[in-house]
Design a protein around this ligand. Structure first.
Ligand SMILES: [Zn+2]
Length: 214
C-alpha cells in the first residue's frame, strides 16, 4: 500500500477533526493513521478511554464508507524514567518519523494544531521543536515531506462543528478521567481540554444536542 500522508490520531476532538477532514477531502488517496500508546505512568485510565475512542471512531468511519486509511498502533513505554521528561507531542512526532522511515513514499504529515493552540505562550516554539524531531528522525527534507495544518485557522467551536455529531460524541479529550458509578470513567471537567470544551458547550448548547450529558 502506498500512502499519501500520515495522520496521528489520539481519539481527541482535534485529531478526530484532522482525520475526518483529511480522509473526506482526499477520498481517492490512502492514509496511514497511527496511535501511539504513551506509557509514562501518568494516567492509565486516560489511555484506556483514548483507545476506546480510537476504535469506536474508526469503526464508525468504516460504517460511513470512509475506508481510505490503514490503522497502526504503536506503543512507547517510558514509565521507568519517572515523571514525563518529554511532551506528548515530542513522543508522537518521534513515532511519526519512524512510521515515515517504514513508508518512505509518505509526503504529508497531518498536524492537528487548532487556532486556540497558537494563543498559548510558547506554542510556536514547541511546534518548531517537534518539527525538528520529525525531519531529523525521518531524514526527509521539507520538499520531500510537507507538514499540513488543516485546523490551524479554526477555533475549538469550529473544530467541533466540523465533526459529525455521532463521531464527536465518541471522542475523548479529558486528561484525567474520573471514576463514576458502574466502573465507568467520566470527564473531569477540570483539566485544560475539558475546560475549553465545556466553554464551547456552554456558549453554544443548541449546536451540540448529542453532548447534552457529556
Ligand atoms: Zn478533564
Amino acid at each position: 500500500m502506498q500512502y499519501r500522508g500520515l495522520i496521528p490520531f489520539s481519539g481527541g476532538v482535534d485529531s478526530t477533526a484532522g482525520l475526518y477532514l483529511t480522509l473526506t477531502r482526499y477520498p481517492d488517496d490512502h492514509f496511514l493513521v497511527f496511535k501511539v500508546i504513551l506509557v509514562n505512568g501518568e494516567c492509565a485510565s486516560r489511555s484506556v478511554k483514548e483507545e476506546q475512542a480510537v476504535n469506536n471512531i474508526l469503526d464508525e468511519l468504516r460504517r460511513m464508507g470512509i475506508n481510505n486509511f490503514t490503522y497502526r498502533r504503536l506503543s512507547f513505554d517510558y514509565s521507568q524514567l519517572g515523571p514525563p521528561p518529554v511532551w506528548d507531542s515530542e513522543a508522537v512526532n518521534f513515532a511519526a518519523a519512524t512510521c515515515i522511515r517504514a513508508h518512505p513514499e509518505i509526503q504529508e504529515f497531518i498536524e492537528g494544531a487548532i487556532g486556540d493552540d497558537y494563543l498559548q505562550e510558547g506554542f510556536q516554539e514547541r511546534l518548531d521543536q517537534i518539527e525538528k524531531i520529525l525531519y531529523l528522525v525521518s531524514e526527509k527534507t521539507k520538499e520531500e515531506l510537507r507538514i499540513v495544518f488543516p485546523l490551524k485557522d479554526r477555533m475549538k467551536y469550529e473544530v467541533m462543528k466540523a465533526i459529525p455529531p455521532k463521531i464527536l460524541a465518541m471522542t475523548w479529550s479529558c486528561r484525567y478521567p474520573e471514576g463514576a458509578a458502574n466502573w465507568e470513567l467520566k470527564r473531569c471537567h477540570k483539566c485544560a481540554t475539558c475546560r475549553t470544551i465545556d466553554g464551547v458547550l456552554k456558549k453554544h448548547p443548541e449546536d451540540f444536542p448529542a453532548l447534552m450529558d457529556w
